[in-house]
Design a protein around this ligand. Structure first.
Ligand SMILES: [Fe+2]
Length: 594
């Protein structure tokens, strides 16, 4: 049975194909179209999915859209009517921004793919999030919590799931919190207030929070109150996102927290103003964590389960996830590599397979690599055409050479196997570097990533060495599998791991099991043999404002436009002509001296 899942028209469109119960391909449209956060109907992603499986659209048994457009339409219309006449200007804009063509989704899918309307199905948005979190996790029984900005109406849902190998699957939602009461919107409102891009830069707020103290937490608590039934409600006097598309916070919000940040001015943490913004970030972060922990704790008591599956964009908050692990009572927390809306494509397809069609449950591969594979020989050809130094090496020689490069302080663009699905580079499209000094961090920020100095880089470490360098609690390794938790760097290692240690001593570490990315694992070991520390800095392979690279040609073009020293794709290693020439000259000089 071939089931295509589609997520589109909000941000970060994606498609995923499930064949006989197992995903065969999942990819975000932006990685193929090369427009960051591409929200258009994901035709390229769909085409790729079909191509990977070698099937035509008429061989699809179902196409599932990741939410119910009419319910979303209902929510936007209801909110506009409630806020009338204040909303009369905003309504058409909200319709265009949030809804666009979605209401006509069945017709659009049918005409784009030539699939009859009866084969086109819809899941609820939070069902898609829940399915993406639970059905891809290696657990049979778990509590499920999903939280995001908003889908149709739900913004947070709690429930549970049970699946029997080769048998039936059940996913239940016990309760949900509805728009406009939303933890995601609360966080996004601060994202906008702090001058960052909503739906994109929420992680910058989390990064900034480490520089602040939650001195404004009492003010932040005024925005959200817990209700006697265990839910929460926002005090809507402080918000405007539910009535206008222009601004998400109200004048009362500004009275409480002060003037918003001008997005065009850098944040200077040396000034009182800069510190206030960091304190705002720390305060909303604290309120988010406290609320999630309380809801999860109640869910733990209610279900008695050991495992929690987390979905929705809020699950990208690694600091909150680590607190949930420490304080909610759950022993393990599973966050999929793509907990946000792109991941709903895989969630919708799996939900359709297991629940709608009732197909038997299967264990799924536990990795994020569902995209197209990179071709090393393509890189060799491109580089040689331009006169760069390219060699194709055997596995062992390549690992040795790259470990030497990294130990010598070179920055490496690393492309290997299939592209990651989700926002994080987990070892197949990464920029790797030595993690030891702040000079390296600053060099990466300045010369390659062109980004704010306050943002930390993440480390990757083999699973057997993780506890030596990082303070990872029981269950934390699972969270760290897909970089979903922030944990402490052990104090005795912070000085030697400066480039990946955040201001508060933490790191969003990826703990790597050899089977997930064997080549990167071998590289970490080889690097450890040379330097004594098998840890590398691992940041996504892209420049600011661009999506993560996909094919060799995109890695190569990025390599040429920034100061990455060495580029690897498959077995091919390329050095920039300048560095190669310099090396040859240095060797010649050495020979002359000898
Ligand atoms: Fe969502």
């Amino acid at each position: 049975m071939n089931i295509l899942g589609i997520s589109a028209h909000y941000h970060d469109s994606a498609a995923a194909l499930v064949v006989d119960g197992v995903p065969v391909c999942a990819v975000q449209e932006e990685r193929l179209s090369r427009h960051k956060g591409d929200a258009t109907f994901p035709l390229l992603a769909i085409e790729l999915c079909l191509e990977q499986a070698g099937i035509e659209p008429d061989e699809l048994d179902a196409v599932v859209f990741y939410e119910r457009p009419m319910l979303k339409f209902d929510r936007i219309l209801t909110c506009a009517l409630r806020a009338f006449p204040h909303s009369w200007r905003a309504f058409p804009k909200a319709m265009k921004n949030s809804l666009g063509e979605k209401v006509w989704m069945r017709g659009i899918i049918s005409s784009q793919l030539g699939v009859p309307g009866r084969k086109i199905l819809f899941t609820e948005h939070h069902q898609s999030h829940a399915a993406a979190a639970f059905l891809t996790a290696p657990t049979r029984r778990a509590a499920i919590m999903t939280a995001d900005a908003v889908g149709e109406w739900a913004t947070l849902s709690v429930g549970d799931g049970e699946r029997v190998l080769n048998g039936p699957t059940r996913i239940r939602s016990f309760r949900e919190i509805r728009f406009p009461h939303s933890l995601g919107m609360l966080y996004s409102t601060f994202t906008a207030y702090l001058g960052f891009k909503v739906n994109e830069d929420e992680y910058k707020v989390m990064g900034l929070a480490a520089y602040g103290r939650p001195t404004l937490v009492d003010q932040a608590r005024k925005l959200i109150r817990r209700t006697p039934d265990g839910a929460f409600a926002l005090d809507l006097n402080y918000f405007e996102f539910h009535t206008t598309a222009e601004r998400s916070y109200s004048s009362r919000f500004i009275e409480l927290f002060g003037p918003p940040r001008n997005p065009y001015e850098p944040i200077n943490l040396e000034t009182a103003e800069g510190q206030r913004f960091a304190d705002c970030a720390a305060s909303v972060q604290r309120v988010l964590e406290d609320t999630l922990v309380e809801i999860a704790r109640a869910l733990h008591q209610e279900t008695g389960f050991e495992d929690l599956c987390l979905g929705g964009g809020v699950a990208l908050n690694g600091v909150a996830n680590a607190r949930l692990l420490a304080e909610s009572g759950f022993e393990r927390i599973f966050v999929p590599p793509a907990p946000g809306d792109a991941g709903c494509a895989i969630g919708a397809a799996l939900h359709c397979d297991r629940i709608h069609f009732g197909n038997p449950d299967q264990d799924l591969p536990d990795h994020p690599f569902w995209g197209p594979s990179v071709d090393g020989s393509e890189l060799a050809r491109l580089a040689r055409e331009d006169g760069h130094f390219a060699v194709e090496l055997e596995e062992g020689a390549l690992i040795d050479q790259i470990a030497n490069d990294l130990a010598a302080g070179r920055i490496v663009g690393w492309m290997e196997g299939a592209l990651e699905f989700g926002p994080r580079a987990l070892g197949h499209r990464s920029i790797l570097a030595a993690p030891h000094t702040t000079e390296m961090r600053d060099r990466l920020n300045r010369e390659i990533k062109y980004r704010e100095a306050f943002r930390p880089f993440a480390p990757v470490v083999p699973i057997d060495a993780a506890a030596h360098y990082f303070d990872i609690p029981p269950g934390g390794q699972r969270l760290a599998r897909f970089m979903s938790g922030v944990f402490s760097v052990r104090p005795e290692w912070r000085q030697r791991l400066e480039a990946i240690t955040h201001i508060d001593g933490s790191a969003r570490v990826q703990v790597l099991e050899p089977a997930m990315a064997p080549r990167l694992h071998a590289l970490l070991k080889a690097y450890g043999q040379r330097t004594g520390i098998p840890v590398l800095l691992n940041t996504s392979f892209n420049l600011a404002g661009e999506p993560i690279v996909n094919r060799a040609v995109e890695g190569y073009s990025t390599f040429l436009r920034c100061k990455i020293d060495v580029l690897v794709a498959g077995g091919t290693r390329v050095v920039k002509r300048t560095s190669a020439t310099a090396k040859i000259e240095a060797e010649r000089r050495k020979e002359e001296v000898a």
